[in-house]
Design a protein around this ligand. Sequence first.
Ligand code: NAD
Length: 303
Amino acid sequence: MSKIAWIGLGHMGVPMSHNMVKAGHTVRGYDISEAAREAARSNGVEVAESVADAVRDADAVFTMLQSAKVVEQVVSGVDGAFANMPKGTVVVDCSTIGIDTARTLANEAKKLGVGFVDAPVSGGVHGAEDGSLTLMLGGDIDHVAAIEPLIKSVGSYIVHVGPSGDGQAMKVVNNALMAVSMAAACEVSVLAQRLKLDPQVYFDIVTRSSGDSWVFRNWFPLPGVVANSPSSHGYEPGFMIDLIHKDLRLATATAAEFGVRLDTATAAAQLFADASAAGDGEKDCTGLVLSLGADAEKTTASV
Ligand code: NAD
């Protein structure tokens, strides 16, 4: 069994690191938030004092952090993982950070004699809890082979997409589709509410009709219909509005670089930006219905 360092113990990091513990690995975790460290401790993770302390004798280092900026700081900063982990160790970054940052960090790793694999995930908090995430890997074949036995503890569909950055490229396109679907599901659900359609009947018909999607089925944005959807739990994340907006920014910036129109993603990004400006940035992305004018009286039910 291996010694794993896990940096970033948030909505995804806690259940993913817990699955590593359940698989028999020793996990030393670190997060800047005391509440996050406590949650990890109660899930069998040994809590470290700092990033350096967590990675010191690790066989592999996993990161699950909000953004490219945070990952750069944690991985390649002065007190970061690269500077403190043993030579030959691989950093597996499961965050969504975009293609360029992943390639820059992989190049830096090569110069330092360590490894970096981009390994963004899909499947949400429930996928993280039951170990059924999809992982999209970008990196050198040797590094991927070294970490593959470990990542089987957190995901059930694991694909080596190609060289460094290709995992992030796949994640950019997946999340552009997901986020546009989410924005559409929220807008149309507010309309359904205004038309006084029964939410359960609306859900049952759409999930058997051409309007169906993964997002609609799993993250239905009106409360009281889908037990596992954050909409049925007061719009607590889940996947925060600020993070889905970050992913849309990554998608639209990448599309602009390649001269591709992504007008639906641009419109969706504006809706999530408006929700964030209205103070809902830390709500789950299904909570977009609130700033779109969903009837508050009908958005409090839980299943
Ligand atoms: P989160 O905000 O819940 O967790 C991130 C954690 O990182 C927080 O606990 C935060 O305190 C910690 N952190 C911030 N700066 C740090 C630092 N310098 N050192 C150590 N810890 C630090 O976010 P999340 O929902 O777990 O998402 C993490 C990543 O996974 C994001 O890139 C997101 O886009 C991606 N993702 C999320 C989901 C989801 O459903 N939540 C699904 C797929 C991918």
